[in-house]
Write a protein that binds this ligand. Sequence first.
Ligand code: G6P
Length: 611
Amino acid sequence: MCGIVGYIGEKKAKPILINGLLRLEYRGYDSAGIATIEGKEIKVIKNKGRVSELNNINDINNLNGTIGIGHTRWATHGKPSSINSHPHMDNSNNFSVVHNGIIENYADLKEFLKSHKYTFLSETDTEVIPNLIHFYYSTSTESGQTKFLKAVIDACKMLKGSYAIEVLSTYYPDNMIVVRKDSPLVIGKGKSENYISSDIPAILSFTKDFYLLNDLEFAFISRENISFYDENLNKITKEIKNITWNAGDVEKNGYPDFMLKEINEQPKSIRETIGSRLTLNSKVTITDLNLSKKYLESINRIFIVGCGTAMHTGITAKAIFENLCEIPVEVEVASEFRYKNPIINKSTLCLFVTQSGETADTIAALKLAKSKGAKTIAISNVIGSSITREADHTIYTHAGPEIAVASTKAYTSQITLLAILAIYFAEILEKNSNKINELKKDILLLPINVEKILKNTDKIKEFAKKIYKEKDVFFIGRGVDYSVSMEGSLKLKEISYIHSEAYPSGELKHGPIALIENGVTVISVLTNKLLLEKSISNLQEVITRGAKTFIVTNQKLTNDFDEVIQIPETNTLISPILSVVPLQLLAYYISKEKGLDVDKPRNLAKSVTVE
Ligand code: G6P
């Protein structure tokens, strides 16, 4: 969580930093701040609240420096307040630091520094960093740039935990040092200027050439040059990666919010994720994945691991893999998986699904699986993200940048890609070829079918107006319809703050039905033909107890429900890719009715880079 940005060049840093921070706000918005080098001084402007509120501080207009760092905070240590906001200075006011991550041993480091007469203003873990740098700088025997670099390296050697940091110093007014460990950081290369950011989209309008830092690689940056070092001060070479995303992809392009834009982008993101991987008359090809029949036959279990929406895609994909490949699949929340000593060996294949590729628990889960001998495949949307550097193989969704905190187009792209991967396995294993052809046709029709759903949103909007004041909403479904209900329920909680729960319809009578009373809303997805009658009986039971019902279905229904959203028919295995769309829109319209900030729901961040 937290976003950091930096600029070093010939332009004024302030507007660039503010612009970058506004784009990084999805990572946290408890407080914001920037620091620039002004002559011989570092000037810091910071405050509790949103990035845009920084512009209300008069002094900000006096910042003319061309080197600066910025931070938008998701509070961990120390409540949101001006004093706890970043950047943080050392006691001598010569070093300034912004930090994303958590310093786990900060209390010990604080004691160590206090014993050397350092004092602290904030309650944060971060404030130890500039002071440690000062400590090593002032006791150093080095000179020149090495003195600065060595002080930062020595300070980092003392830190336990995760960090992406940027350091400014009054002693080096034309340089900046940045480093990362288990928290994201990229450097964008320009002409006589360089940009630093927690992610690529925030600085995509300035450059498409990026250096992706690995853990404990230190970058010493000037306007013209970037030199990279390892923690032993050895110089290392790094390649520039050219990113193909467009600057327009990170703009709202006329939509009121990113979430609505991203919901509407799903036909395109699904189409691009399919790409040339799947066609009707040939076998699926997945570049960079060359798994043999012998290897696939040796697998006796697949784990699909992720967090939040990414984990939900696993629940849908489980049925696809089990159906086509006949290999048992277990789906796990990454934060549970990593601490439960899962039974894994070289016959286990582990898939890690993560849009950002930066989720701390998912990365830790992958490292665990790898250490136990499993083959690991990351499914990510962000080229060069941290997880892609840990996994044995990476397959990318091509959803384009997803900015809204609540994930939408990533979900549908991830299930699409997992379905393609399941077909890839089944074709190599020579299993279920009869089912595969039909499924392929339906996958290719997904973009058109999502377009059809997006053309008919009036009824969803109307229903949102009827229920936006509710306190509790229930989702029920069976099989794939239950799996998508979990995602629908998560969307509603995240952006509308309405308590909601998803249950398998058959579980109603084992508890939840006790909560159904007059006027309660029950949302149900009915796409599973084989289970249709049973699901309708369950709905009848809640209607009898006074529930209002909102149904998403691809079947012809004759029953009397409060609202029925008709979606196109498709293969049951992938129907969540279509049925989720009305649920995303319902959550969206409810949030709008309530006047909430759809893209930046309270307490949530898009990338959860700490545990
Ligand atoms: C956060 C986001 C969710 C996302 C989840 C996993 O909770 O708010 O939208 O699904 O993290 O993120 P990942 O980047 O790993 O897919």
